[in-house]
Design a binder for this molecule. Structure first.
Ligand SMILES: C[S@@+](CC[C@H](N)C(=O)[O-])C[C@H]1O[C@@H](n2cnc3c(N)ncnc32)[C@H](O)[C@@H]1O
Length: 241
């Protein structure tokens, strides 16, 4: 069950405006170009930003997400017909023979349950062609990013044409080992509606992800830094041999 922040229609509709800086996707576009990928699978594609950027470069793209409301936002965007959209969970991917699978943003961390995570790695492996690559990012737990998830530090307000002023902030609720739970609050000034969403992310150690990838038959090629967030993320590049 995806978090309300992705699954509630009113929250999904303002996701892009609140996440306006997508410089994080440049690295993925560069990797797709570097690999000469002709078919990319974007796992947890959300509102389809990366999928549509890739499709605009002439790449065949499949975008999958379990949040129907986010997919509806994606499907309403210009040129959405260039992408094959799949409503579903990463653990239930069809065999696509993709050259590259991506998990951007919090996708890997949002798949917090161990069984779901194992199922996702297995299904993505099956959806790649031999020689195809999985690129995923996950925050380095040592940086303890959650310490900054307070209303004071995360508050933002945007004026969205046709929607009005929207405010959003995060509040850390709980840290239990690798599981970090926080609440997102979104306030719509036009009618005063206040919506909240609870999320739990799993912060995995680098060695844990490396072991999980190996256990599912991936060959780890490299672990990069996210160029836009140096020292904060691990970006794993793994191959289906
Ligand atoms: C922070 S959003 C990132 C969306 C998109 N990748 C981006 O960069 O804009 C995390 C996404 O992961 C999706 N997600 C959560 N659990 C998932 C799962 N089990 N399989 C696939 N996607 C999942 C959510 O629905 C949400 O769209």
């Amino acid at each position: 069950m995806p978090d309300a922040i992705f699954a509630h229609p009113r929250l999904a509709a303002v996701y892009d405006a609140l996440e306006a800086d997508r410089g994080d996707l440049d690295a993925y576009l560069a990797i797709a170009a570097e690999l000469g990928a002709r078919h990319v699978l974007d796992v947890g594609c959300g509102t389809g930003t990366l999928a549509l950027l890739l499709a605009a470069r002439g790449i065949e793209v499949t975008g999958l997400d379990p949040a129907a409301a986010s997919l509806a936002v994606a499907r309403a965007k210009p040129h959405a017909g260039r992408v094959r959209w799949i409503h579903g969970d990463a653990g239930a991917l069809p065999p696509l023979r993709a050259d590259l699978a991506t998990m951007t943003g919090n996708v890997a961390q949002a798949i917090a349950g161990p069984d779901d995570w194992q199922a996702a790695l297995s299904a993505v492996h099956g959806s790649l062609r031999p020689g195809g690559r999985l690129v995923l990012e996950t925050r380095d737990p040592a940086r303890r990013a959650w310490l900054g998830w307070t209303r004071q530090e995360t508050h933002q307000a945007v004026e969205i044409p046709g929607t009005g002023r929207v405010e959003r902030w995060h509040d850390l609720l709980d840290v239990s080992g690798p599981l970090v739970t926080f609440r997102t609050t979104v306030v719509f000034a036009s009618d005063g509606e206040v919506l909240t969403s609870h999320s739990t992310l799993r912060f995995r150690e680098r060695a844990e992800v490396e072991a999980d990838l190996a256990a599912h038959g991936y060959d780890l090629k490299e672990v990069r830094d996210a160029p836009d967030r140096p020292g904060k993320e691990f970006v794993f590049v793994a191959e289906r041999p």
